[in-house]
Design a protein around this ligand. Sequence first.
Ligand SMILES: Nc1ncnc2c1ncn2[C@@H]1O[C@H](COP(=O)(O)OP(=O)(O)OP(=O)(O)O)[C@@H](O)[C@H]1O
Length: 352
Amino acid sequence: MSTAGHGAAVRIEACGKTFADGTRALDPATLDIARGETLVLLGPSGCGKTTMLRIIAGLELPDAGGKVLFDGKDMTSVPIERRNVGMVFQSYALFPNMTVADNIAYGLKIRGVARDERAARVAELVALTNITGLENRRIDQLSGGQRQRVALARAVAIRPGILLLDEPLTALDAALRDRLRTELNRLLRALGITTIYVTHDQAEAMELGDRIVVMRKGAIAQIGAPREVYFVPKDRFVAEFIGAANIVEAPIENGILILPGGRLSIEGGATTANATVMIRPETIRVTNAGTEALSGVVDSVSFIGDRQRIVVSGASSKPLNVDAPNTIQAKVGDRVGLSIAADALRLLPSEP
Ligand SMILES: Nc1ncnc2c1ncn2[C@@H]1O[C@H](COP(=O)(O)OP(=O)(O)OP(=O)(O)O)[C@@H](O)[C@H]1O
């Protein structure tokens, strides 16, 4: 028996949502999700992620004119139970008094799958989600992480074409969240189900997503592979939402960024009176003073273990955050040189 490779392609077409009280949760959006792809909807609270997920699930109707298509078939008015979707939410919604095995098999049972096949499917999923040995426990005898594994096993037991996950790891503590994220990644790749994953956690989005949809105030700010949205953010909002970003405002003259602490070459930098430039903290190298075109003074040094965060003032109009190897010796008050490659300076559109 194989559970691999049966994902459906999803298209949402001009799907917007205005609630009865007038709240505009989602501007009309069009989005194609490939068969087997993991697409992450990422954005701050209230940006419309859950609304988009609920429209795909069939829990919410899009405004007039919007369409939801699975493998080219119009599903817009098909109820959730006939969409062949599996769902997992932040809170587990498992049956607390049933055993783990009965929870996982529940959807199979109501679909009339024979007992032997149910047992085989449960055994396979218990192994896949690393909960072997817990089959006969009741849900209320499990830890949070174990419950979330059961919820996942139950959602994929029916072999859905589409798996919808809404912040499934948010309720867990940080260490467990990290571990489950890695496991979930492996599981999604193994199953090949088309997955739409809602989160406000950018690390989760980058690890799990084939593509990330960054959302802001009901609109799509950017769609791209994790590396693309990280290295080539479209605007300041995306730059600051995905990872740490230094945003520098300074003039550019003939391809040279003019900063209080020195001058830097910038790719594609036409002359501009007030350019907005993003610099990721890990692309800045701290060197000896006097060796670089740019210099500043160390404001603070925070040892983080695998690296250190050094804040340097005087180089730019605002202090620069630098992620440096933990071997660099820098003390507060030291004058240091800063080396930044021309392609690490990312010009952003100026905003009012
Ligand atoms: N049934 C509803 N009636 C009215 N407004 C709603 C309803 N459901 C959601 N909203 C509003 O729509 C907007 C988008 O909500 P949504 O739940 O999609 O955001 P989200 O990005 O998932 O946020 P969060 O991460 O906080 O869950 C919010 O302003 C929310 O208050």
